[in-house]
Design a protein around this ligand. Sequence first.
Ligand SMILES: [Cu+2]
Length: 125
Amino acid sequence: MCKYPGCVSRYSAVVFILLAVLSTPVWAEEMEVLQEVTLTTSVNSEKVNVWLPATLMFHKGDKVNLTLKNVATKDHGFAIDALHIQEIIPMDQSKEIVIEVTEVGTFPYYCPLHPAHVGGQLIIQ
Ligand SMILES: [Cu+2]
């Protein structure tokens, strides 16, 4: 089948390259969408502290790097019960969290220190 000297080694090289390309882990990582989002404390027109933006939308499978920036003059928190997230961010500080979105749905978020604050929502499609 192989008429030329070196034919086997060329065939082996092609197989080796194909296997390397097909099995590279980079392919799997490219399927994951990394989102960078910053939520910032603010005061709305009714003088109530809120996190803005009030609605975040992602797709199932997204990995979200969320920066929680508290620019207020007291500590505030960020919680999403369904995703087991509960963070306290001291005044004038930031905290980064990573959310890996694995299910579709609407997940409300709120400040656990001041639950009366207007909350927001994470919508996963
Ligand atoms: Cu608060």
